[in-house]
Design a binder for this molecule. Structure first.
Ligand SMILES: Nc1ncnc2c1ncn2[C@@H]1O[C@H](COP(=O)(O)OP(=O)(O)OP(=O)(O)O)[C@@H](O)[C@H]1O
Length: 283
Protein backbone atom coordinates (compact mmCIF):
# COMPACT_ATOMS: atom_id res chain seq x y z
CA UNK A 1 0.00 0.00 0.00
CA UNK A 2 1.16 3.50 -0.79
CA UNK A 3 1.28 5.84 2.21
CA UNK A 4 -2.43 6.87 2.53
CA UNK A 5 -1.66 10.45 3.56
CA UNK A 6 0.21 10.90 0.30
CA UNK A 7 -2.36 9.20 -1.87
CA UNK A 8 -4.62 12.19 -1.22
CA UNK A 9 -2.06 14.81 -2.25
CA UNK A 10 -0.56 12.81 -5.11
CA UNK A 11 -3.91 11.88 -6.75
CA UNK A 12 -2.96 8.26 -7.29
CA UNK A 13 -5.34 6.02 -9.20
CA UNK A 14 -5.69 2.32 -8.40
CA UNK A 15 -3.54 1.56 -11.42
CA UNK A 16 -0.86 3.95 -10.10
CA UNK A 17 -1.00 2.22 -6.74
CA UNK A 18 -0.14 -1.05 -8.48
CA UNK A 19 2.64 0.54 -10.59
CA UNK A 20 4.31 2.09 -7.55
CA UNK A 21 3.74 -0.81 -5.15
CA UNK A 22 7.51 -1.45 -5.04
CA UNK A 23 7.81 1.96 -3.32
CA UNK A 24 5.75 0.75 -0.35
CA UNK A 25 8.58 1.08 2.22
CA UNK A 26 9.21 4.72 1.32
CA UNK A 27 8.99 7.31 4.12
CA UNK A 28 8.98 10.69 2.33
CA UNK A 29 11.41 12.94 4.17
CA UNK A 30 11.28 16.62 5.07
CA UNK A 31 14.33 18.78 4.41
CA UNK A 32 15.03 21.99 6.26
CA UNK A 33 17.63 24.47 5.06
CA UNK A 34 18.62 27.02 7.69
CA UNK A 35 20.72 29.87 6.35
CA UNK A 36 22.56 27.54 3.98
CA UNK A 37 25.38 29.18 2.04
CA UNK A 38 28.14 27.61 -0.04
CA UNK A 39 31.24 28.67 -1.92
CA UNK A 40 34.41 27.07 -3.22
CA UNK A 41 36.18 30.41 -2.56
CA UNK A 42 37.31 32.02 0.70
CA UNK A 43 36.50 35.59 -0.25
CA UNK A 44 33.25 35.25 -2.24
CA UNK A 45 29.95 33.43 -1.58
CA UNK A 46 28.47 31.63 -4.57
CA UNK A 47 25.29 30.43 -2.90
CA UNK A 48 23.88 33.15 -0.64
CA UNK A 49 22.12 32.12 2.59
CA UNK A 50 18.91 30.18 1.88
CA UNK A 51 16.26 29.28 4.44
CA UNK A 52 13.46 27.06 3.20
CA UNK A 53 11.60 23.92 4.29
CA UNK A 54 10.75 21.17 1.80
CA UNK A 55 7.80 19.20 3.15
CA UNK A 56 7.59 15.40 3.11
CA UNK A 57 6.10 14.26 -0.21
CA UNK A 58 6.37 17.72 -1.78
CA UNK A 59 7.37 18.25 -5.43
CA UNK A 60 9.71 21.26 -5.45
CA UNK A 61 11.04 22.63 -8.75
CA UNK A 62 14.13 24.86 -8.82
CA UNK A 63 14.37 27.25 -11.76
CA UNK A 64 16.73 30.08 -12.69
CA UNK A 65 19.02 31.31 -15.47
CA UNK A 66 22.31 29.62 -16.37
CA UNK A 67 24.84 29.92 -13.56
CA UNK A 68 22.23 31.02 -11.00
CA UNK A 69 23.18 28.25 -8.54
CA UNK A 70 20.61 25.48 -9.14
CA UNK A 71 23.16 22.66 -9.40
CA UNK A 72 25.24 24.07 -6.52
CA UNK A 73 22.14 24.07 -4.32
CA UNK A 74 21.22 20.52 -5.34
CA UNK A 75 24.79 19.40 -4.60
CA UNK A 76 24.36 20.76 -1.07
CA UNK A 77 21.14 18.78 -0.74
CA UNK A 78 22.67 15.46 -1.76
CA UNK A 79 25.67 15.95 0.50
CA UNK A 80 28.34 16.76 -2.07
CA UNK A 81 28.82 20.49 -1.45
CA UNK A 82 29.36 20.94 2.28
CA UNK A 83 27.66 24.22 3.28
CA UNK A 84 30.10 26.91 4.34
CA UNK A 85 27.36 28.30 6.56
CA UNK A 86 24.07 27.03 7.99
CA UNK A 87 22.60 23.55 8.34
CA UNK A 88 20.59 21.10 6.27
CA UNK A 89 18.32 18.79 8.26
CA UNK A 90 16.89 15.58 6.84
CA UNK A 91 13.89 14.70 9.00
CA UNK A 92 15.50 16.80 11.74
CA UNK A 93 18.97 15.19 11.48
CA UNK A 94 21.98 17.09 10.22
CA UNK A 95 22.75 15.73 6.74
CA UNK A 96 26.48 15.85 7.48
CA UNK A 97 26.09 13.69 10.60
CA UNK A 98 24.87 10.84 8.35
CA UNK A 99 27.32 8.51 6.63
CA UNK A 100 27.35 8.46 2.80
CA UNK A 101 25.66 5.03 2.94
CA UNK A 102 22.91 6.27 5.29
CA UNK A 103 22.40 9.15 2.88
CA UNK A 104 22.23 6.83 -0.13
CA UNK A 105 19.59 4.76 1.66
CA UNK A 106 17.33 7.80 1.80
CA UNK A 107 18.36 10.10 -1.06
CA UNK A 108 18.68 9.16 -4.74
CA UNK A 109 20.01 11.45 -7.44
CA UNK A 110 19.74 11.76 -11.19
CA UNK A 111 22.55 14.00 -12.38
CA UNK A 112 23.29 15.63 -15.70
CA UNK A 113 24.91 13.64 -18.51
CA UNK A 114 26.04 10.50 -16.70
CA UNK A 115 28.65 8.55 -18.61
CA UNK A 116 28.68 4.80 -19.22
CA UNK A 117 29.83 2.33 -16.59
CA UNK A 118 32.25 -0.21 -18.07
CA UNK A 119 29.91 -1.67 -20.67
CA UNK A 120 27.07 -2.61 -18.31
CA UNK A 121 23.69 -3.55 -19.74
CA UNK A 122 20.64 -1.40 -19.03
CA UNK A 123 19.34 -4.05 -16.60
CA UNK A 124 22.67 -4.05 -14.73
CA UNK A 125 22.73 -0.25 -14.58
CA UNK A 126 19.32 -0.21 -12.92
CA UNK A 127 20.36 -3.04 -10.61
CA UNK A 128 23.04 -0.73 -9.14
CA UNK A 129 20.15 1.28 -7.68
CA UNK A 130 19.42 -1.60 -5.31
CA UNK A 131 22.90 -1.46 -3.74
CA UNK A 132 22.32 1.00 -0.86
CA UNK A 133 19.47 -1.09 0.54
CA UNK A 134 20.85 -4.56 -0.28
CA UNK A 135 21.27 -6.78 2.73
CA UNK A 136 22.78 -9.76 0.94
CA UNK A 137 24.77 -10.79 -2.08
CA UNK A 138 22.85 -11.88 -5.14
CA UNK A 139 19.52 -10.73 -6.50
CA UNK A 140 16.24 -11.87 -4.93
CA UNK A 141 12.98 -12.38 -6.84
CA UNK A 142 11.72 -9.13 -5.32
CA UNK A 143 14.84 -7.31 -6.56
CA UNK A 144 14.18 -8.57 -10.10
CA UNK A 145 10.57 -7.41 -9.81
CA UNK A 146 11.70 -3.92 -8.71
CA UNK A 147 14.15 -3.61 -11.61
CA UNK A 148 11.54 -4.80 -14.13
CA UNK A 149 8.88 -2.46 -12.68
CA UNK A 150 11.11 0.61 -12.98
CA UNK A 151 12.17 -0.34 -16.52
CA UNK A 152 8.49 -0.51 -17.50
CA UNK A 153 7.63 2.77 -15.74
CA UNK A 154 10.38 4.59 -17.65
CA UNK A 155 9.51 2.93 -20.98
CA UNK A 156 12.92 1.28 -21.33
CA UNK A 157 12.02 -2.41 -20.71
CA UNK A 158 12.67 -3.17 -24.39
CA UNK A 159 16.28 -1.96 -23.90
CA UNK A 160 17.04 -4.17 -20.86
CA UNK A 161 19.73 -6.27 -22.59
CA UNK A 162 21.30 -3.40 -24.55
CA UNK A 163 24.64 -1.95 -23.53
CA UNK A 164 24.05 1.33 -21.65
CA UNK A 165 26.86 2.94 -23.68
CA UNK A 166 24.97 2.32 -26.92
CA UNK A 167 21.84 4.25 -25.89
CA UNK A 168 20.73 7.67 -27.10
CA UNK A 169 20.86 10.62 -24.68
CA UNK A 170 17.13 10.42 -23.93
CA UNK A 171 17.20 6.65 -23.44
CA UNK A 172 20.15 7.00 -21.04
CA UNK A 173 18.35 9.66 -19.08
CA UNK A 174 15.29 7.42 -18.64
CA UNK A 175 17.51 4.52 -17.53
CA UNK A 176 19.19 6.75 -14.93
CA UNK A 177 15.77 7.75 -13.59
CA UNK A 178 14.79 4.05 -13.47
CA UNK A 179 17.97 3.37 -11.48
CA UNK A 180 17.11 6.12 -8.98
CA UNK A 181 13.59 4.70 -8.59
CA UNK A 182 14.99 1.21 -7.98
CA UNK A 183 16.75 2.76 -4.99
CA UNK A 184 13.24 3.48 -3.56
CA UNK A 185 14.45 6.73 -2.00
CA UNK A 186 12.64 8.90 0.52
CA UNK A 187 13.98 11.94 -1.35
CA UNK A 188 14.65 12.03 -5.08
CA UNK A 189 16.86 14.85 -6.40
CA UNK A 190 17.08 15.36 -10.15
CA UNK A 191 19.23 17.88 -12.03
CA UNK A 192 17.59 18.77 -15.34
CA UNK A 193 15.98 15.33 -15.85
CA UNK A 194 14.17 16.40 -19.01
CA UNK A 195 17.40 17.17 -20.89
CA UNK A 196 17.52 15.07 -24.07
CA UNK A 197 13.89 13.92 -23.72
CA UNK A 198 11.31 14.38 -26.47
CA UNK A 199 8.12 16.18 -25.49
CA UNK A 200 6.12 13.01 -24.79
CA UNK A 201 8.82 11.59 -22.53
CA UNK A 202 9.26 14.96 -20.77
CA UNK A 203 5.57 14.96 -19.85
CA UNK A 204 5.59 11.26 -18.96
CA UNK A 205 8.62 11.64 -16.68
CA UNK A 206 7.24 14.68 -14.85
CA UNK A 207 3.80 13.12 -14.49
CA UNK A 208 5.50 10.02 -13.08
CA UNK A 209 7.59 12.07 -10.64
CA UNK A 210 4.55 14.03 -9.49
CA UNK A 211 2.86 10.77 -8.48
CA UNK A 212 5.81 9.16 -6.70
CA UNK A 213 5.27 8.72 -2.98
CA UNK A 214 8.54 10.45 -2.03
CA UNK A 215 9.87 14.00 -1.75
CA UNK A 216 10.96 15.33 -5.14
CA UNK A 217 13.42 18.18 -5.72
CA UNK A 218 14.15 18.88 -9.36
CA UNK A 219 15.94 21.60 -11.31
CA UNK A 220 14.26 22.56 -14.57
CA UNK A 221 14.86 25.10 -17.30
CA UNK A 222 11.35 24.79 -18.68
CA UNK A 223 9.09 27.11 -16.69
CA UNK A 224 5.99 25.55 -18.26
CA UNK A 225 6.93 22.11 -16.92
CA UNK A 226 7.70 23.55 -13.47
CA UNK A 227 4.37 25.34 -13.54
CA UNK A 228 2.41 22.27 -14.64
CA UNK A 229 3.81 19.75 -12.15
CA UNK A 230 5.45 21.35 -9.11
CA UNK A 231 3.72 22.01 -5.79
CA UNK A 232 6.12 24.92 -5.26
CA UNK A 233 8.76 26.61 -7.41
CA UNK A 234 12.00 28.00 -5.99
CA UNK A 235 13.54 30.73 -8.16
CA UNK A 236 17.31 31.27 -8.11
CA UNK A 237 19.17 34.30 -9.45
CA UNK A 238 22.89 34.99 -9.03
CA UNK A 239 23.19 32.47 -6.19
CA UNK A 240 20.23 33.87 -4.31
CA UNK A 241 16.76 32.47 -3.65
CA UNK A 242 14.36 35.07 -5.05
CA UNK A 243 11.07 33.34 -4.21
CA UNK A 244 9.60 29.99 -3.25
CA UNK A 245 5.84 29.59 -3.65
CA UNK A 246 3.18 27.71 -5.65
CA UNK A 247 3.39 28.29 -9.43
CA UNK A 248 0.44 30.67 -9.63
CA UNK A 249 2.04 32.92 -6.98
CA UNK A 250 5.65 32.69 -8.02
CA UNK A 251 5.32 33.28 -11.75
CA UNK A 252 4.47 36.93 -12.36
CA UNK A 253 5.39 38.94 -15.47
CA UNK A 254 7.51 41.26 -13.34
CA UNK A 255 9.46 38.47 -11.65
CA UNK A 256 10.11 36.62 -14.91
CA UNK A 257 11.35 39.91 -16.44
CA UNK A 258 13.62 40.59 -13.43
CA UNK A 259 15.09 37.10 -13.27
CA UNK A 260 15.16 35.89 -16.89
CA UNK A 261 15.12 39.25 -18.71
CA UNK A 262 12.30 38.25 -21.05
CA UNK A 263 8.78 39.55 -21.51
CA UNK A 264 5.97 37.10 -20.85
CA UNK A 265 2.31 36.73 -21.60
CA UNK A 266 0.83 34.61 -18.81
CA UNK A 267 -2.59 33.02 -18.91
CA UNK A 268 -4.22 29.97 -17.37
CA UNK A 269 -3.73 26.61 -19.04
CA UNK A 270 -7.25 25.41 -19.90
CA UNK A 271 -6.50 21.81 -18.86
CA UNK A 272 -4.09 22.07 -15.91
CA UNK A 273 -5.41 25.42 -14.63
CA UNK A 274 -1.75 26.33 -13.97
CA UNK A 275 0.08 29.38 -15.39
CA UNK A 276 0.93 29.10 -19.09
CA UNK A 277 3.57 31.27 -20.77
CA UNK A 278 4.48 32.83 -24.10
CA UNK A 279 7.88 34.50 -24.05
CA UNK A 280 9.18 37.33 -26.24
CA UNK A 281 11.95 39.94 -26.27
CA UNK A 282 11.10 43.65 -26.41
CA UNK A 283 14.21 45.10 -28.07
N1 LIG B 1 33.31 24.07 -7.76
C1 LIG B 1 33.16 25.29 -8.31
N2 LIG B 1 34.21 26.14 -8.41
C2 LIG B 1 34.06 27.36 -8.95
N3 LIG B 1 32.91 27.84 -9.41
C3 LIG B 1 31.82 27.05 -9.35
C4 LIG B 1 31.88 25.73 -8.80
N4 LIG B 1 30.64 25.18 -8.86
C5 LIG B 1 29.86 26.11 -9.44
N5 LIG B 1 30.56 27.22 -9.74
C6 LIG B 1 30.02 28.44 -10.35
O1 LIG B 1 28.87 28.80 -9.62
C7 LIG B 1 27.87 29.35 -10.50
C8 LIG B 1 26.60 28.55 -10.34
O2 LIG B 1 26.79 27.29 -10.97
P1 LIG B 1 25.65 26.20 -11.01
O3 LIG B 1 26.16 25.04 -11.78
O4 LIG B 1 25.15 25.97 -9.66
O5 LIG B 1 24.53 26.99 -11.86
P2 LIG B 1 23.20 26.45 -12.55
O6 LIG B 1 22.11 27.37 -12.14
O7 LIG B 1 23.00 25.00 -12.25
O8 LIG B 1 23.56 26.68 -14.07
P3 LIG B 1 23.06 25.96 -15.44
O9 LIG B 1 21.63 26.38 -15.64
O10 LIG B 1 23.95 26.59 -16.47
O11 LIG B 1 23.25 24.49 -15.29
C9 LIG B 1 28.46 29.30 -11.89
O12 LIG B 1 29.00 30.57 -12.20
C10 LIG B 1 29.56 28.26 -11.79
O13 LIG B 1 30.59 28.51 -12.71
Amino acid sequence: MINPTLSTTKHLTQQDDASYAFFSGCQPAGIQLNDVAWSPYRDKTLLKPITVTVHPGEFLAIVGPNGSGKTSLLRCLYRTNKPTNGTILLDGKNLWSLSPRQCAQRIATVLQDTGGEFGLSVFEMVEIGLTPKSLMWGRSEEDTHIIESTLVLLDVAHLADRSFDSLSGGERQRVMIARALAQRPDVLILDEPTNHLDIRHQLDVLALLSKLPCTIIVSLHDLALASAYADRVLIMQEGEMKACAPPNEVFTKQRIKQVFDVETIIDEHPVTQRPRFSFYIND
